[in-house]
Design a protein around this ligand. Structure first.
Ligand code: GCU
Length: 337
């Protein structure tokens, strides 16, 4: 068992001692019980999602007249993404920020967010995320399974990066072990592109790159800097294959314990913090690119068409699986301008 696993096992032990209980019985200004919501995230302090989560917490506190206190536990303190989803689902933890790809293992329709090239541009991505009925449907459909999504933060575009040999074409992908998230769609994506997918938790990627267990990984530019992968992966190829949002999930039990006003506050705070996150993200990408260059990472622009063509059959397979998938896919595409 590695250190991170021991830490997360210890954290789960702490949780069972109910240090993460949602209510503390103090009465707030409006006469309601004060509520404490613990929110887990695997990102470190310097990752742009963390200040956005802290902004969410601050807004929720202000708007509720200090009735709702959100405590952000960043840096994977409460475990990896699968661990914290389980904790939210069981009601042991109230909230978590996780990748939409990780949610695919809990509700299959989340796979649409990992479909390569399902979003054709940043504008298309934002349009869908902010307006689509399909997103709303997916976010709320698991409410009776103990959890659901209340918001999202942009995670930009994901591209492939490698430790030694750079990738410039789908031919270069042959035999390359590329780490993917624990998402069946991402596994199929790397296979379709000619590589050898290796699913693993995010916390294990750095050492796996360093030890040559994998040849590369795929993520946004922040993976290189905030998550330090640029220290061990020096070639970043703009395949721009996915926009996978970070999703804010909440335990249904904790949600049902809120007053209607508090529920509104939570939603409003999620929307407002996601809006300012867009600006924060744009700035962070520019800074991360510069910082990664200083770390010795080289960035490669390529002809993406062969990657797009390789991924295309996955769209048809996704749509053919069931009616909901077909409807979601068409809804996403209706936002292409
Ligand atoms: C992004 C995302 C994380 C996720 C990671 C991954 O960084 O924001 O939530 O864990 O990708 O590749 O696993």
């Amino acid at each position: 068992m590695n250190l991170r696993k021991i830490v997360s096992a210890a954290a789960v032990g702490v949780l069972s001692l109910s240090l993460l209980s949602a209510c503390n019985n103090t009465i707030g200004a409006a006469g309601n019980e004060k509520v404490t919501l613990h929110l887990a995230s695997n990102h470190p302090e310097e990752h742009p999602v963390t200040p956005s989560l802290r902004e969410f917490a601050q807004l929720a506190n202000e708007k509720s007249g200090q009735e709702v206190e959100v405590k952000v536990a960043a840096n994977g303190l409460l475990g990896g993404e699968r661990d914290v989803i389980e904790l939210v689902k069981s009601g042991t933890l109230q909230m978590a920020k996780v990748s939409a790809s990780a949610l695919e293992g809990f509700e299959k329709s989340y796979s649409i967010f990992s479909l390569p090239y399902v979003f054709q541009s940043e504008e298309h991505y934002y349009n869908v995320m902010e307006n689509s009925e399909a997103v709303h449907d997916i976010f709320t459909k698991t409410k009776d399974q103990g959890w659901f999504a209340i918001g999202w933060y942009s995670g930009g575009q994901r591209s492939i990066y490698t430790a030694n040999t750079k990738v410039e074409s789908t031919e270069d992908m042959k035999g390359m072990k590329i780490r993917v998230q624990e998402s069946p769609t991402s596994i199929s994506m790397i296979k379709a592109m000619g590589g050898s997918p290796t699913p693993m938790a995010f916390g294990e990627v750095y050492t796996s790159l360093q030890q040559g267990i994998i040849d590369g990984a795929e993520n946004n530019e922040m993976g290189l800097t905030s998550n330090k992968h640029g220290e061990v992966a020096k070639a970043y190829t703009y395949t721009e294959h996915q926009y996978v949002p970070d999703v804010l999930i909440m335990s249904t039990e904790a949600w049902e314990g809120l007053t209607d006003e508090q529920k509104d506050v939570i939603i409003e705070s999620a929307v407002e913090s996601a809006e300012s996150h867009k600006v924060r993200w744009e700035k962070a990408v520019i800074e991360a690119t510069k910082e990664a260059e200083d770390m010795g990472v080289q960035f490669y622009q390529i002809d993406k068409q062969p990657f797009i063509d390789a991924a295309k059959p996955l769209h048809e397979q996704f749509k053919a699986k069931n009616e909901d998938n077909a409807r979601y896919f068409d809804d996403f595409q209706s936002y292409v301008k």
